[in-house]
Design a protein around this ligand. Structure first.
Ligand code: NAD
Ligand code: MN
Length: 499
């Protein structure tokens, strides 16, 4: 382990780095066909980091055609699983070797603290690639139970060309949750990063080639959703579309698939997750720490953010005071300072969204207990304080809509039934927390909640070994774990009758 860098050392590295904003097709860095670019602006200080290729339909056509030819050639899809595994593991190792560079790109591009870019994003991305690679030569197909003169083989095959459209909150991590199982199963991929955070995807494409991934297996098209994203979603030769992002765009992608080739669509979308704290929570201080981190980590730009805190009335006042105290350790700071825990919001537009929600909380009559303001304006960047509202009604805008910022809505309840009713009164169903010392109440509540993940006496747990995804309008299908492989494979039944 190298010694941690100081802010000045990170800044020096940033100043010396040349940043590539190109598209990556068939193993080559290219301009967009139109030659158009857009400015990649750092939310840390407003500095222009790079000119990024603004891809559109023309680039999508070239990339998909290339991905198709690469897939058909069998150069990756027909490679023995053990060989694909070796290249995936090498890819993960190289991501780890480039940890400083990738973490720095991520922090400069979307504003998260450098300590988490390194410890969470790069580590998690490498783990997703390695885990998927390690799994691929250990998964067996099936033989059906048949009569003596028959053989029924049930095999999984790569779907072919996968388009992956990902968001800006964990850019390389969300990309690698898709790339891991998509590549391991032998597909060719066209990855579209968010226009707000394209830099790590562009860099990772080259690293994958260095690891031995054949050219054309992983292509990256930076650009906007309504141009290149839409073109991929409408493309007649994309077999599967995988997405992480907002529920609004997720719904649009289902329409595009229906309007084009009925490509398979798998969606990880928004959330408004309840974190339920009963009077008999085993350790209120620990619950407060977790509740603070559940809303402040990554500037609240987390799909599983515990944005609705459901607190039983007996511990309400004590808990709010404890959370307010905890949030002091989440005061925004410069993202390149290694001790910073809260960084910049991704851009000015997102800052304005969050400030608009804070105003709506005040207007609709919630009590502002903590925070609520933009800070550090002198930096030229966009930063906001962690914010707590109490006396929130579940019908208020701040309780219903995903804010995707550090704004906690505290809702009071009495008894398990009311907690469950409020928890489920949402269009979303991504995650939930339950804090109680009563094992019966814990399990009954966990079973009753309509969400893909439930955490008991902690928040935001999990690993590559556990599926990640939502019920209801939080999406369909799962990232992570072997269940993720379902999205990237078709099932074939081959039936043989012996003479
Ligand atoms: P977004 O939906 O605005 O954008 C996501 C991606 O879709 C971007 O790459 C964008 O360019 C693209 N896109 C936009 N319009 C498009 C169109 N018409 N056609 C094709 N592509 C289009 O979301 P965002 O603001 O980048 O990310 C925040 C959202 O992501 C939040 O709602 C959050 O909950 C969600 N999210 C979900 C998970 C999860 O796993 N469930 C994880 C992280 C983020
Ligand atoms: Mn950016």
């Amino acid at each position: 382990m190298s010694t941690p860098k100081s802010r000045m050392q990170w800044q020096a590295l940033a100043d010396s780095m040349s940043i590539n904003g190109s598209a990556f097709i068939a193993g080559e860095y290219l301009d967009a066909q139109s030659k158009l670019t857009f400015d990649c602006i750092s939310p840390i200080d407003g500095r222009v980091l790079a000119k990024v290729a603004s891809c559109d339909e023309a680039d999508a056509n070239i990339a998909v055609q290339n991905a198709r030819e690469t897939f058909k050639s069998g150069v990756w899809a027909n490679l023995a699983p053990v060989k694909r595994k070796q290249i995936m593991i090498r890819f993960a190792e190289l991501l780890e070797q480039h940890a400083d560079e990738l973490a720095l790109l991520e922090t400069l591009d979307m504003g998260k603290p450098i300590q988490y870019s390194k410890a969470v994003d790069v580590v998690g991305a490498a783990r997703a690639i390695r885990w998927s690679g390690e799994a691929i030569d250990k998964i067996y197909d099936e033989i059906a139970p048949t009569a003596h003169n028959e053989i029924g083989m049930i095999t999984r095959e790569a779907v072919g060309v996968v388009a992956a459209i990902v968001p800006w909150n964990f850019p390389m991590l969300m990309a690698c949750w898709k790339l891991g199982p998509a590549l391991a199963t032998g597909n060719s991929v066209v990855l579209k990063p968010s226009e707000k955070s394209p830099l790590t995807a562009i860099r990772m494409a080259q690293i994958a080639i260095e690891a031995g991934l054949p050219k054309g297996v992983l292509n990256v098209l930076p650009g906007f959703g309504h141009t290149v994203g839409k073109a991929l979603a409408l493309h007649m030769d994309v077999d599967t579309l995988v997405f992480t992002g907002s529920t609004k765009i997720a719904k649009q992608l289902m329409i595009y698939a229906g309007e084009s080739n009925m490509k398979r669509v798998w969606l990880e979308a928004g959330g408004k997750s309840p974190n339920i704290i009963f009077n008999d929570a085993p350790d209120l201080k620990k619950a407060a720490q977790a509740a603070a981190s559940a809303i402040a980590f990554n500037q609240g730009e987390v799909c599983t953010a515990g944005s609705r805190l459901l607190v039983e009335s007996g511990v309400k006042d004590e808990l709010i005071a404890l959370i307010a105290e905890e949030l002091k350790s989440w005061t925004p700071g410069h993202p390149l300072d290694p001790s910073t825990t809260s960084g910049a919001v991704v851009d000015k537009q997102q800052l304005d969204n969050v400030l608009g929600y804070i105003q709506s909380g005040v207007d609709e009559g919630a009590t502002l207990n903590h925070g609520g303001s933009q800070v550090m304006q002198d930096t030229g960047g966009v930063y906001i304080e962690p914010t707590i509202f109490s006396n929130v009604d579940n019908k208020m805008t701040i309780a219903k809509e995903e804010i995707f910022g550090p704004v906690l809505s505290v809702i009071t309840f009495d008894g398990m039934e009311q907690a469950i009713e409020i928890a489920n009164d949402t269009i979303y169903g991504l995650a939930a927390g339950v804090w109680t010392s009563d094992i019966n109440k814990a399990h009954k509540t966990a079973k009753a909640i309509r969400s893909g993940m439930v955490w008991i006496n902690h928040y935001d747990g999990g690993d590559m070994t556990a599926p990640f995804g939502g019920y209801k309008q939080s999406g369909n299908g799962r990232d992570k774990s072997l269940h993720a492989f379902d999205k990237y494979t078709e099932i074939k039944a081959t039936w043989l009758v012996l003479e």
